[in-house]
Design a protein around this ligand. Structure first.
Ligand code: UGA
Length: 434
């Protein structure tokens, strides 16, 4: 099929590259000309495992193209994917301005029957709006069919997730459009859930809200484990092996962050309020997450009393391992709290430092060498479970730190190993080692 994908963020780019890989002819469109130039040379502007290799093969086979011109990219396409950002507005709802601007462009260049597919996360009813905007002024003999096709890709493993998805969701009020999408996705051999437009939109929010709920749930259990001397990792394993519960997203820590969960939680809660329904569980999930962000700073303050003049090594800044993304990272409130308590921070992260510099207080010092952060620090604080941190030899923590004290917000280290090494160790929902 002849396909256009608008937006080359991680969702749009991965979608385009993978569809080209399974044999479709794909044109990716983005207004950022620098990005387009870079992509044409086969280099990805974002890091996604396996993406650059696929990008290069598909460009080489000549079925993947890049353009910054809507006219060139949209002309004569059977299917047009929209994968632009829907960031959070000041009132918590999703900001749809870029999406609607793109729809205006699409409307200008459609001269044949076209299926418009929304990948962007949008509140219920938005796809109906998209149809109305695009149908205005298009010739009467042209049919515009709209599909909601939410994505469930994790940043960092989006290529893997595309080929190994548990399901593909296709929502449309138009049977022909659903058939076209089934045909388009056939080579993936992934089960398809077919539904109407609004239910597909809801599936995306409900999925992210459910995953966020699992995380807040296990964090609450972790906090209780600390009160009663139980080990949350064992509890998570013990409950997760029950298929009805499932083992994923039960890793206790300092709370979820990133560009999706916090934004989508706010959007669904705001949507509930606007529709006259209070989503009590989800409000609690958000509240627990915000409280969990304070967990580690509170522990450090309790341990030291006063942080004035203390040197603290922060290990990991990105919202999760495998990405340089700092958006809504749980490290932000933690670092802010520790800085306001008077500590000097040296932060280590393998890839997120340049993004962190725009977000964290200016007092933070940065290093790409873990030992430099640890050197003569009063304690180490783990905020992202990078491999570099998890696999760092325990005895070196002891060697470099002025005092062998570790606060582990991601339960990265083995209790036995820290005990044997004689390190004072605080983790989430597991016994303290002193
Ligand atoms: C999330 C969803 O997992 C994807 O399915 C969805 O498509 C995507 O949002 C989106 O809406 O675009 P992502 O934000 O990339 O993907 O990150 P996750 O891997 O889901 O992690 C989110 C946060 O939860 C991270 O801060 C992570 O550290 C935290 N987390 C995750 C935990 O604290 N515990 C866990 O057990 C799992």
């Amino acid at each position: 099929m002849n396909i256009a994908v608008i937006g080359t963020g991680y969702v749009g780019l991965v979608t385009g590259v993978c569809l080209a890989h399974i044999g479709h002819d794909v044109t990716c469109i983005d207004i950022n000309e620098e990005k387009i130039k870079q992509l044409r040379t086969g280099h990805s502007p974002i890091y996604e495992q396996g993406l650059e290799e696929l990008l290069q093969t598909t460009i080489h086979k000549n079925n993947l193209h890049f353009t910054s011109s809507f006219q060139n990219g949209l002309t004569n396409k059977e299917v047009i994917f929209i994968a632009v950002g829907t960031p959070q507005s000041d009132d918590g709802s999703a900001d749809l301005s870029t999406l609607y601007t793109v729809c205006e462009e699409v409307r200008k260049y459609i001269h044949r029957n076209t299926v418009i597919v929304t990948k962007s996360t949008v509140p219920m009813g938005t796809n109906g709006q998209i149809k109305t905007i695009i149908e205005q002024k298009t010739a009467e003999n042209i049919s515009i069919q709209v599909v909601s096709n939410p994505e469930f890709l994790r940043q960092g493993s989006a290529v893997y997730d595309t080929f190994n998805a548990d399901r593909i969701v296709i929502g449309s009020d138009d049977k022909e459009a659903i058939k076209t999408m089934e045909e388009l996705y056939k080579p993936y051999k992934i089960p398809i859930v077919k539904t109407d437009l609004r239910s597909a939109e809801m599936i995306k929010y409900a999925a992210n809200a459910f995953l966020a709920m699992k995380i807040s749930f296990i964090n609450e259990i972790a906090n209780l484990c600390e009160q009663v001397d139980a080990n949350v990792d064992d509890v998570a394993q013990g409950i997760g092996m029950d298929n009805r519960i499932g083992e994923h997203f039960l890793k206790a820590g300092i709370g979820y962050g990133g560009s999706c969960f916090p934004k989508d939680m706010n959007a669904i809660i705001t949507l509930g309020k606007r529709s006259g329904y209070t989503l009590s569980i989800l409000e609690a999930v958000k509240y627990v997450n915000e409280k969990q962000n304070d967990w580690i700073a509170d522990k450090i303050l309790k341990r030291f009393g006063d942080l004035k003049g203390k040197k603290i090594a922060i290990l990991g800044l990105a919202f999760k391992a495998g990405t340089d993304d700092m958006r809504n990272a749980s490290s932000i409130p933690v670092v802010q709290k520790i800085i306001s308590a008077g500590a000097n921070i040296t932060a280590f992260d393998p890839v997120a430092i340049s993004n962190a510099k725009h977000i964290l207080p200016k007092e933070v010092n940065y290093t790409e060498l873990l030992e430099e952060a640890l050197d003569h620090a009063d304690c180490a604080v783990i905020l992202t479970d990078w491999k570099e941190i998890k696999d760092y030899p325990i005895h070196l923590f002891k060697q470099y730190l002025a005092h062998p004290i570790i606060f582990d917000g991601r339960n990265c280290l083995s209790l036995q190993a820290v005990k044997e090494c004689g390190i004072e160790y605080y983790s989430v929902g597991r016994p303290t080692i002193k």
